[in-house]
Design a protein around this ligand. Structure first.
Ligand SMILES: Nc1ncnc2c1ncn2[C@@H]1O[C@H](COP(=O)(O)OP(=O)(O)O)[C@@H](O)[C@H]1O
Ligand SMILES: [Mg+2]
Length: 323
């Protein structure tokens, strides 16, 4: 095997030997892309190799991919049939390496945002019909409990966070989170049909290929829940990009169905992004802390006035709806 192998992470020559035998292809080069992900170049093809946290985690993703492609959803990158590959208590999967577009997909333009929503809508149209057997492989997603934990984690980090962010602003976000959790209606029963949701609707999990196709990737957080919760995440990711301009978001027709749900306003008001990014600052190593801090500061402090106005406006709207 001609192998200019970069020993990044813990991909060993023995694993490469196994991979080469399973692929029935000669491996020429391996590039570590990021932790647990590699580009494998053989004489014939380019492959994307990814390590998974467990066999069951990977197997349910393989089943979901199979279900989606059997049902005409072509915007997922298929697993190579040699997947899963078990090696020394580790689990890997192989899929074609798709050449990425030079311009990454970022939810920056209205056209990009609409394209992402259309793709999600098509995905849910399929996953609302998965069999009970397949659905049961995915854990039940409980938005309120996830957010309760997120708020609690944020509160427990406050003594450290006040060294990085203005305390009054942190307090304000805590109050916003508490208000949402106090007023959200548990089990409203109108959140829609159960589906498999993607569970991590961030722009980096939409993959634009050099050829122009948009794929939905990375189903590590896929779960069982009404489709609504993927749109809640989408809104949470997009609001900072559109300066918390709600009208801009509601121009997208896909959302109209979900905007009628009882908890919609509250779900979109919860400052999940602030809680997530502040926690990331505290948990990242010194090398990446500066970048994480810049991002969190932008979201938490620089946009505070806009966020406050947005919260006030939608709270008023929510009160109006309550009559
Ligand atoms: N089949 C593929 N071909 C080329 N690049 C890929 C492919 N799958 C994923 N990637 C790239 O690798 C990145 C990480 O993959 P992903 O599955 O999202 O893992 P995670 O987010 O858990 O690190 C993606 O954001 C994408 O840029
Ligand atoms: Mg990802």
């Amino acid at each position: 095997m001609k192998n200019k192998f970069y020993q990044g992470d813990d991909l060993t020559p023995r694993l490469l030997f196994l991979l080469s035998a399973r692929l029935e292809e000669t491996i020429q080069t391996v590039f570590p892309l990021k932790e647990g992900k590699w580009l494998v170049i053989t004489k014939k093809h380019k492959w994307f190799l990814k390590r998974y946290s467990s066999l069951s985690q990977l197997e349910k993703q393989i089943q979901l991919h199979r279900f989606l492609s059997n049902n005409g959803f072509t915007k997922v990158i298929p697993f190579h049939p040699i997947s899963p590959i078990k090696f020394e208590k580790q689990v890997f999967a192989v899929m074609p390496f798709i050449e990425p577009s030079k311009k990454p997909f970022r939810f920056q333009t209205k056209a990009e945002r609409e394209e992402a929503l259309q793709l999600l809508a098509l995905f849910h149209q399929k996953t609302e019909n998965v069999s009970e057997e397949m659905a049961s492989g995915f854990h039940m997603f409980d938005q309120i409990s996830v957010w309760r934990k997120r708020l609690t984690a944020f509160q427990s980090l406050l003594p450290e966070l006040v060294r990085y962010f203005p305390p009054a602003i942190l307090e304000h976000y805590t109050d916003m989170g508490k208000w949402c959790l106090e007023h959200v209606v548990e089990q409203p029963g109108d959140e829609g049909k159960m589906a498999v949701i993607h569970g991590d609707v961030a722009a980096h999990n939409f993959f634009r290929s050099a050829a122009g196709s948009l794929y939905l990737i990375d189903f590590d957080l896929a779960a069982r829940a009404p489709a609504l919760f993927d749109y809640v995440q989408w809104v949470n990711r997009v609001l900072p990009i559109v300066g918390w301009d709600v009208e801009k978001i509601m121009e997208h027709r896909v959302l109209s169905l979900y905007a009628r749900k009882k908890n919609w306003l509250i779900y979109t008001m919860f400052p999940a992004d602030v809680f997530r990014e502040c926690r990331r600052v505290m948990s990242t190593s010194s090398k990446e802390k500066r970048i994480a801090y810049q991002h969190a500061y932008e979201l938490t402090v620089k946009s505070f006035t806009k966020r406050k106005e947005f919260f006030k406006k939608w709270k008023r709207e929510w009160e109006k709806q309550q009559g």
